[in-house]
Design a protein around this ligand. Sequence first.
Ligand SMILES: [Zn+2]
Length: 349
Amino acid sequence: MAAARPAVPTRDTLDIYAVDVEGGKATLVVSPSGESLLIDTGNIGDAARRDAGRIMAAASDAGVTRIDHLVTTHWHRDHIGAMALLTRQLPILEFIDHGVNVQPDEVVDAFLLHTYPSLYRASRHSVAKAGDAVSVAGLDVRIVTSAGRAIDSALTGRGTVNPICSGADRPAVDHTENFQSIGIHIAFGRFRLLDLGDLTTDRELDLMCPVNRIGTVDLFMVSHHGQASSNSKVFVHAIEPRVAIMNNGTRKGGQPEVMNVIHSSPGLEDLWQLHFSLLSGQEYTAPGLFIANSTDEAQPTMPIDPMAAPPRGTGPPPPAHEGTAHWIKVSARRDGSFSVTGRNGFAKS
Ligand SMILES: [Zn+2]
């Protein structure tokens, strides 16, 4: 995975934009050297144009005129949607994925057969394995999971025994694409970021038990939009994030089980969310200052009680948000300090 000449002027900070793609994923990482890494490209179908626009807005804010490395964590519709549209607006120099799709889906399979190869034809295409490095000047970027496998030794030293493992139930094995997710660990000086895509609890256990192979992190990009099939206590409490950012939707992620785990995580200072979630209710949500986005129609009240998620595709549609969207931006410094900025410029260091 080749190093590339920076496209934008160098800066002092590592900048990270969690882009609001309505319960999908798109995270832009811009290194101090100006090199950029985009993790996932939002939703497919009608939402793709909206999500491409929101990713482009973040790229523009960062001064990025090309993507040096695009990592697609896994082949789900909420992670690949705006890729084709983006390539028409921003050159992408390298496409990184975990390999073949293990979960048949006619829309995704058609994309992989007919569209994806044409997108990377003139660029570089890499299939990532756990343990690989992605060469980004100024950062240490490591792939910690890919294609159902995790790194088999600690990132630094021998790792520490994770005391929460004893008594942890063995979760059910996931056979979807979530389990295949590429997980990324980024170090910049003393600052540490962990992003595991939609990795599920069974794979979290493999990374964390009996030895915690990740260590502790400063910033945790909450897995799987804040859903309970990811984000086990044995994982979250062992990495001891100082700040967590959840890329949830208005009715996707943020269920009480996950909020309990995150709010009680040792050393956590703040949880930021891209949206309020009806599944949290006021009972479990983060304070409004830490929530980046509202909905197109102002909600007169936020229900106190968390709503039970209706089975997929049933129940009333979730509150829509097609209008102005806000990202959550993190600027990290080499000494490990960092600031987080949300809606209306509210920021905390
Ligand atoms: Zn997802």
